[in-house]
Ligand binder design. Structure first.
Ligand SMILES: Nc1ncnc2c1ncn2[C@@H]1O[C@H](COP(=O)(O)OP(=O)(O)OP(=O)(O)O)[C@@H](O)[C@H]1O
Ligand SMILES: [Mg+2]
Length: 390
């Protein structure tokens, strides 16, 4: 007989990975209400925010709310790494199978009786004899037919289905023609399925949903996810520190919040580190904060070095220049070129196009900055004049 071993050590309350529970989730009260309301009113939603701001967390949090959990089947796919309609279909089919598999054999039979073209994917694990979904991409011979079957399955499900598709802008890069029109048509005809389209590339997402020439034009309600309010986040940090008899001042939390401009994942990472550095009955001091950030940068150093090693010289120079400025403006001006000893305005233009496409640099109203905030700090420390916390 197996004995359940419970860990005595309490968990770090600052989660940096997948959603855990309400207790470790900060705020998003209004956003949760709004998203739940959109979905329960049978509308589709578009959720846009920069990377690591909390889209996946918000969707998962909504899926845990009783209005949703009790009444819908919920599915979540991240299509960031998919490059074709075939891969999209594979991802969606597999997710539906995995979520509904615990419902038993009857469900599995039903799944493959409707989605007949995925029947070869049904296998029994050689060791455990548990049903598994295992298919080579090449076995999806006619993607459009399989897609139609998947929608037929959603349509026939015993409960309404909510399907969240993360990094949805990816579909615009698929080589197949008419993917948007095809998906839009299926979604329009499926009244048992509600969709959340999440994405981090604002421009691409806006083009898909708000250009009147595109199939998804105005087909979903928009929710733009911003930073968590400073004071609400401060209260969350203090509450979790105090619950473990650890202490930290609101002033220091504010300093970190401003330093990372409230960007959720960076804050969570730093407070996760700070929480573990601070002993019970101890006060977290500024030296801990410096140490925590230093630890973070060190742990990512190999990754950052790897990224730099893949960049051509011209792009690296422009990246350093932007990091030195923090928020860089007029980057193709003669002044900027001269100040940072760059080659020419046109070479900056070519480099910035590449850096943006690689998501190393982000642009907002012609102001450029390094996308990853830890990478930015590491660059200023190694190729600039360093950073100042306060
Ligand atoms: N409201 C919140 N309270 C506490 N932690 C959060 C909250 N929202 C997100 N996080 C944490 O921040 C990190 C980033 O969040 P999440 O993965 O949801 O962002 P994302 O916008 O989906 O990012 P990506 O664009 O990379 O997919 C996660 O580790 C998550 O645990
Ligand atoms: Mg996400």
């Amino acid at each position: 007989m197996h004995k359940i071993i419970t860990m005595n050590k309490s968990r770090n309350p600052f989660v940096t990975g997948a959603y855990v529970s309400d207790e470790y989730f900060c705020d998003r009260v209004e956003e949760t209400k709004k998203l739940v309301r959109i979905l329960t009113n049978d509308n589709h939603a578009v959720l846009i925010s920069p990377r690591r701001m909390g889209k996946t967390g918000l969707i998962t949090h909504c899926f845990h709310q009783k209005e949703i959990a009790g009444n819908y089947h919920t599915f979540f796919i991240d299509i960031y790494s998919t490059a074709s309609l075939r891969e999209f279909i594979f991802c969606l089919g597999k997710q539906i199978f995995e979520i509904l598999k615990p419902h038993g054999q009857k469900f599995i039979d039903n799944f493959f009786s409707i989605i007949t073209s995925l029947r070869p994917a049904f296998k029994l694990d050689a060791v455990t004899a548990a049903p598994v979904f295992d298919i080579g991409l090449g076995e999806i011979k006619e993607p459009e037919i399989t897609l139609g079957e998947i929608f037929k399955f959603i349509q026939s499900a015993d409960k309404a289905c909510i399907v969240a598709i993360d990094e949805f802008q990816q579909i615009a890069k698929y080589p197949e023609k008419n993917v948007e029109a095809l998906l839009r048509t299926h979604i329009q005809h499926c009244n048992n399925g509600i969709f959340i389209f999440a994405g981090s590339q604002r421009q691409m997402m806006q083009n898909i949903f708000f250009s009147n020439s595109r199939p998804f034009y105005q087909s979903a309600s928009l929710l733009y996810l911003d930073v968590i309010d400073r004071d609400v986040y401060t209260e969350f940090v203090i509450k979790h520190f105090n619950a473990s008899e650890k202490w930290i001042s609101a002033e220091d939390i504010h300093a970190i919040y401003h330093f990372f401009e409230g960007h959720t994942w960076y804050l969570q990472s730093v407070f996760n580190e700070l929480f573990s550095l601070t002993e019970r009955n101890e006060i977290c001091t500024i030296s801990y904060i410096r140490y925590a950030i230093k630890n973070k940068l060190e742990s990512y150093q190999p990754l950052f070095q790897g990224t730099l090693s893949l960049l051509p010289e011209r792009q690296k120079e422009v990246l350093y220049a932007i990091a030195k400025e923090g928020k860089a403006q007029n980057i193709t001006s003669a002044e900027f070129v001269k100040k940072h000893s760059l080659l020419s305005s046109s070479s900056v233009q070519a480099a910035i196009k590449q850096l943006t496409e690689k998501e190393l640099v982000t642009e907002n109203n012609k102001v450029y900055q390094v996308y990853d905030r830890f990478f930015y700090l590491w660059l200023t420390e190694n190729y600039g004049t360093g950073y100042h916390l306060k």
